[in-house]
Design a protein around this ligand. Structure first.
Ligand SMILES: [Zn+2]
Length: 339
């Protein structure tokens, strides 16, 4: 394949790794995905060093000079506005309140666009669906519950301050077994993320394992800490275990319930569900639970057109980008903005 003049890099900064992808000026991927350690907890300067290493490795994998990279899309696991991070999340303190985007741009000598990881993955899913021309709402249950909204044409909706689509922190009216609204990692109570996240799985598992009904369950007898047990839940659910099924069923239904309100507000036409669940063998069942929850809250017209019963008004799909969606989304955005 003939080489093109300009290349665009997407850098997805996570808590432990930086995933990166290069595309050429026709929007085709070049070379291979490169993954390096992120060092976010050592501060932004240490992370910049890792990002530069990723750029060097990307260029080498595509057989080009690094100077051929003409623009960069960068995503970070924190709320940010205009290249400045507003909230700490899992980053070292020195990330907050600094012009991260402009400092990195000055260091590497190319224009940089910056947004959060949920937005980045949403654009990645959009970019991978080349025939899709409408909008796309993305949600990803993981450590937390991230999301993003892509408008027709591929631009992500960030809001006036870059703070839109913090979908994990809309409220849902569900109470825990103790009658309380569960606490969320953000400090509020009753957020949907407090039900649909890894943290939520740990709390729910603790409540369930305390019940007489599960006294003989392998996870009750397992001496491992609750964090490890929560990790094992997916495998249990995959083999049809009733406790794991009960917990994921509730999670899926509450996610569907929250999606009903999001779809009522944005009417995206397409909802893409990402995160680790997209890779599980029980995802078909999980999607049924989402739709069950959705139907308890959404009006029927948000599923099917009242004018044409065959026409779906909201399609639900699993993510197809895996853990490279965010990096691809950022490369795609850099290509759109800087070519
Ligand atoms: Zn919250």
């Amino acid at each position: 394949m003939a080489q093109t003049e300009s290349y665009f890099a997407g850098l997805d900064v996570g808590g432990t790794t930086v995933k990166s992808i290069l595309i050429d000026d026709r929007g085709e991927t070049a070379g291979r995905m490169v993954e390096v350690r992120s060092r976010v907890k050592d501060g932004y300067e240490a992370t910049f060093g890792q990002l530069e290493q990723a750029l060097t490795e990307l260029a080498a994998s595509a057989g080009i000079e690094r100077t051929a990279i003409r623009g960069i899309g960068l995503d970070v696991p924190a709320p940010s506005s205009d290249g400045v991070i507003w909230g700490r999340a899992n980053l070292a303190d020195d990330w907050v309140g600094r012009d991260i985007r402009d400092r990195f741009s000055a260091r590497v000598g190319v224009p940089v666009y910056m947004t959060n990881d949920g937005n980045a993955a949403a654009v990645g899913e959009y970019a991978m669906r080349r025939k899709h021309i409408g909008s796309l709402l993305f949600v990803a249950p993981g450590t937390g519950l991230g999301g993003g909204l892509v408008l027709p044409g591929g631009r992500v909706y960030e809001g006036a301050n870059g703070l839109a689509l913090e979908v994990g922190h809309i409220s849902v009216p569900f109470t825990e077994d103790d009658g309380e609204l569960p606490e969320c990692s953000c400090g509020l109570k009753g957020c949907v993320e407090a039900w649909v996240s890894l943290v939520a799985l740990r709390r729910r598992l603790r409540f369930e394992l305390a019940k007489e009904a599960w006294a003989e369950h392998p996870l009750t007898l397992d001496p491992a800490p609750i964090e490890e047990k929560a990790f094992k839940l997916r495998d249990f659910a995959a083999s049809g275990d009733p406790l794991a099924t009960k917990i994921f069923e509730q999670q899926g239904m509450i996610l569907g319930y929250a999606l009903a309100d999001l779809v009522r507000v944005f009417d995206p036409g397409l909802v893409v569900i990402g995160g680790g669940l997209a890779e599980t063998t029980f995802r078909d069942r999980y999607l049924e639970w989402i739709l069950e929850g959705f139907d308890t809250r959404a009006w029927p017209m948000y599923r099917r057109s009242p004018l044409d019963a065959d026409k779906e008004t909201t399609r639900f799909e699993w993510a197809i980008g895996g853990d490279s969606a965010a990096a691809l989304g950022m490369a795609f955005t850099a290509w759109e903005m800087f070519r």
